[in-house]
Design a protein around this ligand. Sequence first.
Ligand SMILES: Nc1ncnc2c1ncn2[C@@H]1O[C@H](COP(=O)(O)OP(=O)(O)OP(=O)(O)O)[C@@H](O)[C@H]1O
Length: 563
Amino acid sequence: MGCVHGRPSPAPTPARPPPQPKPEQAPPQEAAGPDKGEQPVPAPAAAAAAAVTEKPARRERRSRSSRSVAEARLGGSFVNRARGEQVAAGWPAWLSAVAGEAIDGWTPRRADSFEKIDKIGQGTYSNVYKARDTLSGKIVALKKVRFDNLEPESVRFMAREILILRRLDHPSVIKIDGLVTSRMSCSLYLVFEYMEHDLAGLVASPDIKFTEPQVKCYMNQLLSGLEHCHDRGVLHRDIKGSNLLLDNNGMLKIADFGLASFFDPSRKQPMTSRVVTLWYRPPELLLGATDYGVGVDLWSAGCILAELLAGRPIMPGRTEVEQLHKIFKLCGSPTEEYWKKSKLPHATIFKPQQPYKRRITDTFKDFPQSALRLIETLLAIDPADRLTASSALQSDFFTTEPYACEPSSLPKYPPSKEMDAKRRDEEARRSRAAGGRANGDGTNKARSRDRPRGVPAPDANAELQINIDKRRLVSHANAKSKSEKFPPPHQDGAVGFPLGSSNQMDPLYEPADPTSFSTMFAHEKSSVPTWSGPLVNPSAVGNQKRKHKSSRSSKQPATARAR
Ligand SMILES: Nc1ncnc2c1ncn2[C@@H]1O[C@H](COP(=O)(O)OP(=O)(O)OP(=O)(O)O)[C@@H](O)[C@H]1O
């Protein structure tokens, strides 16, 4: 760990949603790279420096501009003084230079005041540890964020995450308690309150089946947290089970704001469509929308609600093409009116020749009626028809019996993080291998029975793995920032369907696998589904399977990050 540490002063909480710091990227297919344009936080020092050195080109402008140049100079010296103070307070200069606003008013924590207990999570860009704060005795989570050679853009993206976290203050949103950093090292620890579980882990656990009041309790907290984020001008853009953390008192908290962004509905700015983990990604993003809003988080919330009732993820696509296919088969394809009005970039490629019918009610016929009605409105294809978090909280799902239970009345579960599910999986595999060797033949028989239910086949994460592999390649080559590391959309889109084939949707296609969601969805945990997909190159899947072995959890694919 590093050598410095600190405790924050109260975070500023502006009454109005903060403006988006900078325009996000232009539509990916028009931009030079998929994620280049998305700017995290402004670099005040750089902006001020630019303003100071800028000379008015024309004489007549000189007097007008001299005032602003003087102001910029003052601003510049203010920024420099603030930076000096931050460095004097123990912050490393590289952090203060790029993320001054994010650490404003905080003092760094000393690393040696924490005792690491265990590694509890792993994300695409971080490792998460359980640790003891030796000053307070509290158990905390330390999220260690890796930087690539202190590339300022990566640091700014992390700064955006911290700024967003500091602007939020709600019982259903994770709280950041401080930062641990080092003048010497290239990493930073974010200190969070410790949460025992995540929802993905609980859903994957074969012994846990939620009752309706419990589902209402979780959904009530999720939607209240989202309502707060949206009221404060924040889109989360990565709502999924593993980002919904739970403590032993039944409190749910939305976590991982690494993909979150400020937005201002009155000032339209293009945003990247390469956000939200695939299974929870709404159709407008898959169709390339760059002008979107709170509806993206509400779609993901609808997927979570159905997942809690079904006991497994409802649309586990392996590729973007397959994901869209699954969405159309369950939710119907967009209406003619929507295709025309939305003018979505990928509409011509993905518009099916024959429309698909909506089948949510047929598919989930065992779900409670009020839950079905809420799912119907959250999983509306047109985001304009989706409920907001506030209106979802008023729906009869919450206002009719059986009511949501109290969080404190929820059962106390054994450790059940996504990572624990992965560990269980690994242990079962090892003991099968050992038993197989001892018995000579037992290994294969046990396999399908022992795998936690609802866990997708390993290649479900193939698209992520390919992105990560590509990212690593580029990273090794030029150590560029994260947002430049993902393949351009045309390459990414190519993942998952055979080269030369048409990726036009075929409404007549029915997957060979009868357990895919196009069949009736039983309101119970079923055995591990096999995954079907019309548009996948089998040889590519073979490679992906092999690659996946070294990747993180097989449970849910992570987002191809557009940081
Ligand atoms: N406050 C916390 N308390 C306990 N566990 C946590 C906490 N924060 C994160 N974790 C665990 O660590 C995992 C990874 O954390 P997080 O999602 O913030 O990292 P990430 O790098 O952004 O991940 P991803 O690539 O999945 O988006 C979570 O799924 C969770 O299991």
